[in-house]
Every structure is written in C-alpha cells, then in structure tokens.
Design a protein around this ligand. Sequence first.
Ligand SMILES: C[S@@+](CC[C@H](N)C(=O)[O-])C[C@H]1O[C@@H](n2cnc3c(N)ncnc32)[C@H](O)[C@@H]1O
Length: 457
Amino acid sequence: MPKSSPPVRPGQILELDVVDLNHAGEGVGKIGSFAIFIPGGLPGERIRAKIVTLQRNYARALLEALLISSENRTEAPCRHFASCGGCQFQHLHYREQLHYKREIVAGTLRRLGGLAIDVLPVLGMKDPWHYRNKAQFPLGMEGKKLRAGFYKKKTHQIVDLQNCPIQHPLINRTFGIARALVEKMGIPIYNEKTHWGFLRHLVVRVSGSTGEVLVIPVTNGRDFPQGPAFAKALSARIPSLAGVVQNINTRRGNYIIGTENIILWGKSYITERLGDISYLISPGSFFQVNSSQAEVLFRQVEKYAALSGSETVYDLYCGTGTIALYLSRRVAKVIGIESFAPAVEDARKNARLNGVSNAEFFAGPAEEFFPQFVGQGHRPDIVIVDPPRKGCSEKLLTTLADAKPKRLIYVSCNPSTLARDLRFLQDKGYTIHSPVQPVDMFPQTSHVECVIEIQKV
Ligand SMILES: C[S@@+](CC[C@H](N)C(=O)[O-])C[C@H]1O[C@@H](n2cnc3c(N)ncnc32)[C@H](O)[C@@H]1O
C-alpha cells in the first residue's frame, strides 16, 4: 500500500478542533486519522496552532490562540504553569480532570489490552492543592543571580519560583527560607554542564501528620564549611524542623540523591503516619508523595484483599514496606520483596518501630525471588504487585499465573503497562474480578494510579 505523506508540515499554522486528551494530558486534534497533539488544548475547543514537530503518524503543535474556549477551562493559579514541567492540568476544572483520567484509563485498557473492564469514577481529593510531601528543587546561576525552582518542560532550564501550589505549605515556606540563606551565605552553586560548583539541589520533605520538616542540601562533594551555620539558621527559622542532612552526590547526570548522608543538625528522618502505622522517611527513601491519598489507595487495596485474618500476603515491589505494614495487623503474615536494598532496611526499621513481628522483607528482584519462594512450595494467599512505570516482567507474570493466589491485586501508576500485563494474565487464565479503581494521587498532573483485583479460578 502506498504510504501517504502527512497532511501538515512544520511551521504550518492551522485551525483545529480539539477532540480528546492523550495520556500525557495534551489536547488531540485530528485531520482524518492523523493526530496532532497540542499541549494546553482542551476537548471542545477550537484553536489556532503552529506545527512544531512532525512524525510519520502524528505531529505536535504550539497553541497560538483560543478561538472557542471550553467551559471546563479555568485560570491556572500558578503563573509558571505554561513553562514549568510539573503540572499539565491546572487549566482544567478538577472534576473534569477526574473525568478525563477515568477516560484515559478506560481508553488505554481497551486500546492496548483489548480489555473492556469497568473503570470506576476516580477517587479524588476535596482540596486538590498543596498535597506534595516532597520537592526536589534544582539550583543554578544566571550570571550572578541564583535560580532555584523546577525544570522547564523537557529541558534543564530552571524556572525560578518562590511558591508551588501543589507543594505542602511547609515545603514552600522552608524553600523560601533556605534559598534566601543560600544567597546570603554565598554557598557556591553547582553547574551541571561543567560539573563544577557545590550545591546541586535543595530537597525538602514534610510529614503531613506530624508537620516535621527535613531539609536535604545535595552537594557535589563533602567539604561544606557553611553547612553547620546554614543548618543552625534554618533551625532558628523553622520551628518544626526535624533535621538537616547533607547528601553527597558527585555523579554527573540526572540522579538527584547520592548514597552518602551527613547529619548537619537534628535527626536524619521524619515520621509519617498512615492508618495505624508510623513510617520513618529518610533522605533517599521512596514514599508516596501524597500522604492522604496514599491512605485512600491502601484502603482500596485492603478492600480488594477482603482479608479474613489468616492470609499470607506477598507485597512485591514493596518499597519501604508501606502496603505490607499497613495490612500487617489484619493478616497472618506479610512478605515484602524489593530490589533497592536501602528501602528494605527502612521496611525492617518500620516493622520494628511499629512492633510488627509478622513481616519479613527481602532485598532482590521480584522476578527472581518470588519464583524461588513458589518453587520452594510457598503458597501465597494474596499477592499485591506495585511495580514501577515499566510494569511487571514476563517472568514474574508467568510465576503469578502458576502460583494461583486466591487474589492478585495490581497497583499501577501507568495504565499502558497495566493494560499489557492484564492482557498477559488474562491469556494465562486469570479473570478480571473487580472494576478498576483509579485514585488521584497527583492532582493537576496527567498521572493516575489504579488498583484492580484479579483471580485465577
Ligand atoms: C511504585 S514503587 C512501590 C513502592 C511501595 N509499594 C509503596 O507504596 O511505597 C515501586 C518499587 O519497585 C521497586 N523495584 C523496581 N524494580 C524492581 C524489581 N525488579 N524487583 C523488586 N522491586 C523493584 C522500586 O525500587 C520501588 O521501590
């Protein structure tokens, strides 16, 4: 069949109707079956746009003018929304964000997995702002001026900001104080192009339940003469400061946090509480960034697990043991498997902190360790998987198909890999047993978390 050439060319300006949103939250316009993605466009709008990139099957365009505006459009409260890469949906009413996230999940499962599964309305937040409990602010210099904030979309240019409306208020306040001190004390700033300079990032973590704050200056080296004075000045200005920990990262590239920590003031962790469990959060540990919605998510996992109290539960990709420990008091035994060894250390610490004695955690790849457990005759009643965005490996899915737990609960932060993995499991004899329950862990962004329960009868 002859290949037709794309119906647009770079630089072309055209009028388009926006008919949908893609998984990245960009408006979608169509010329026949050819898709044009327009960041900032909303369904129902007529726009003027300029084609900026062209691929064989689609193009990307810059929104130049709104000719007919959607009634669901709202004023983005953040003045950096158009340039900052953090949020995609501030211009869309929150109830519509939830509506589209549900559509995105259902559409992805249908398109990529061939799966017609019920998708429940997304569990959203009453107040979808100020929810993030962790921020990583890169620093740089523009001439003699400090720039600190977030990266501009798809670049490493820093959007200089004072306040981010999705961060916990304590993060914004702490960041303002810390960046002013950095300037006043003349702490040398890192330059990622030359790999020279010292202070790379300011990471701030807070606990929603206790209000504790942890400040982590990430440095390109160990010698930090201003460190103790910087930490002391922070402690004088932030009453709920729990600690200031210097993190050393001398690697080039995009890794933010290094492996070595030096306590400059106070403690090296904060404590967060979800349900009846307390969790220690140290500088590098993974923790869900939205604490109140994490509880909503875990309650949903518990609901789908339908526990009787006698079960052995496997929590695969368990991070710091968050889900395993959350369920531990309502089951006979929990076993967590996680590849990042320091997270496993945290999980064990968290078990001790809460007096949990029926939890065991193992450091290693789930696709190696879980088959070994099953091979040794262990029979899990319930398996929970919460993999990273790339989803589960085929080896793990194959073992899951053979192990036949009573219930398999899949927690996913990426509908595309969820669709692929559910298709695989369905082809191996699993039946989808529940509707998909999306949970909005990341309001104002296009990301969405999902939980589903499946069984092999
Ligand atoms: C989405 S997080 C889930 C964390 C945890 N369930 C929670 O709610 O805090 C995914 C985790 O999988 C871990 N991971 C990535 N690949 C893995 C693998 N092959 N085997 C085990 N764990 C892995 C990551 O280190 C990360 O902690």
